[in-house]
Design a protein around this ligand. Structure first.
Ligand SMILES: [Zn+2]
Length: 345
């Protein structure tokens, strides 16, 4: 396997959703601005095109620009405070981690979790997409405040260990260099002032095993009247509108580049180890299958069994070839013997 082959395997996969809550219209605007920048329709100032293209060469991005289409229609019809879907369910409470638990201040107008985990088609589709795509990063984009949240939403803690430290350091870097340290950082449950049960980000981290799972809150007007939902969740003047879209597009591009650098780190380790020792075909296949299995789960177990059979057949084929060669050679020796003996006499 050449270095280039190895490189082509190491894509960085990012899965992002916008507009999960209907009244947070600005989030879908950000999705469209980001896509426009990535397709070179629009350009961000201070972005180096060469290094951006280098990052994009290694990136696969899946974007859901408007997750809650029916809720959005209700908002566009004038119900500006609606955040739920067309069936009155909060799509960020309909996932299975700690689903259905209600806090003392539970308000069904805001947080109705549905009749069961994944009762809503939108949540089912998002779950399917995440399982088939297997992203390295998940970002659920909301508005109402400025924050960069990591798990957990359903409890007042962050996960233990190195993955959690990696998430935290990425958020610190994004906040410091692109958002002027305006954002609150930490676990959703610990920072936002209330616990949220059955959220998408907790599912992505705990069940779908996405290594970095985030909720970004991109804008909020805390001084706006609680009756003026449009103003609470969306900028109302063109300067703030463009500032929000530019700042957060830059933040996403930076996040992509940090992610690709992390994958590069893994790649150089893999190249170094491939030169350190010769690996047998069995070790190579086992390593490859383990790597894929961690991404695709049960489907690969079938492939694993298939590969064991192929290895067995390959060994039988080698054995039978050796036997055939032996038989063939012994026949030649027998038929050649008289001639040889005749010559020697
Ligand atoms: Zn929201």
């Amino acid at each position: 396997m050449t270095r280039e082959d190895l490189r082509s395997c190491l894509w960085f996969l990012v899965f992002q959703t916008f507009g999960q809550h209907a009244r947070e219209l600005i989030t879908t605007e950000l999705a469209l601005r980001l896509l426009s920048i990535l397709s070179e329709e629009e350009f961000l100032p201070d972005v180096d095109r060469v290094s951006l293209n280098k990052t994009l060469d290694r990136l696969v991005i899946k974007v859901v620009p408007m997750e809650n289409l029916n809720g959005r229609k209700i908002v566009e019809d004038g119900e500006l405070c609606e955040r739920r879907n067309g069936r009155g369910v909060d799509l960020n409470r309909n996932w299975s981690v700690d689903w259905g638990k209600k806090e003392k201040d539970y308000d069904p107008y805001e947080e109705n979790p549905g009749t069961a985990p994944f009762s809503e088609p939108e949540a089912q589709i998002m779950r399917k997409l995440s399982v088939s795509f297997g992203p390295h990063i998940w970002v659920n984009v909301h508005s109402g405040m400025e924050a960069l949240f990591m798990p957990y939403d359903h409890k007042n803690t962050t996960p233990d260990g190195i993955p959690s430290q990696i998430m935290k350091s990425m958020l610190d870097e994004l906040n410091h260099f692109h958002l002027k340290d305006r954002c609150l950082i930490g676990s959703g449950g610990g920072s936002v002032g209330y616990l949220a049960h059955g959220t998408a980000t907790d599912y992505m981290y705990d069940v779908a095993r996405v290594p970095m799972a985030f909720t970004f809150e991109i804008y909020g007007d805390t001084k706006a009247s609680s009756k003026d939902c449009f103003k609470m969740f969306n900028p109302v003047d063109i300067t703030s509108f463009n500032r929000v879209l530019n700042d957060w597009s830059g933040t996403f591009l930076k996040m992509f580049s940090i992610g690709v650098q992390q994958i590069d780190g893994l790649e150089s380790k893999a190249v170094a180890s491939s030169f350190d020792k010769l690996v047998s075909i069995d070790d190579y296949l086992n390593g490859y299958l383990m790597q894929r299995k961690s991404r695709y789960g049960k489907k690969i177990e079938v492939l694993d069994l298939g590969m064991q059979e192929i290895r067995t057949y390959f060994r039988l084929f080698l054995l039978s070839s050796v036997l055939l060669m032996f038989m063939f050679c012994s026949r030649i020796t027998k038929s050649a013997r008289p001639i040889v003996s005749a010559m020697s006499l």
